[in-house]
Design a protein around this ligand. Structure first.
Ligand SMILES: [Cu+2]
Length: 115
């Protein structure tokens, strides 16, 4: 009887703490969506074309269980293999049209226009 009461007393604050942690991380995800995020899902970049202002940072997030890389066609940058939920960021300082592809699956392509 005493042990049951003790267990309940321990479980309730732990559960509340986990709920708070979940809402805090939810908030940070919502904030990240205000920047330029490209989702990699189902072997596709989404969106496949994006127009941004010079000086903007783009974040790629891989949602697939398969690894993907983010490679600039002109050799400006190349990410390591992104596992599921990994992200890669790059800041585009120069205006231009950037062709991006996945180094593992070169048929995965997208275009980023920097104004
Ligand atoms: Cu890929």
């Amino acid at each position: 009887m005493l042990t049951t009461m003790l267990r309940r007393a321990l479980v309730v604050p732990l559960g509340a703490g986990m709920l708070m942690a979940a809402s805090v991380s939810g908030f940070s995800v919502a904030q990240a969506q205000e920047t330029n995020v490209i989702v990699v899902k189902n072997f596709m970049f989404s969106p496949m074309s994006l127009t941004i202002k010079a000086g903007s940072t783009v974040t790629w997030k891989n949602l697939d269980g398969e690894p993907h890389t983010i490679v600039d066609d002109a050799g400006l940058f190349r990410s390591g293999a992104l596992d599921q939920n990994d992200t890669f960021k790059f800041r585009f300082d120069k205006p231009g049209v950037y062709k991006i592809f996945c180094g593992i699956h070169p048929n995965m392509k997208e275009t980023i226009t920097v104004q």
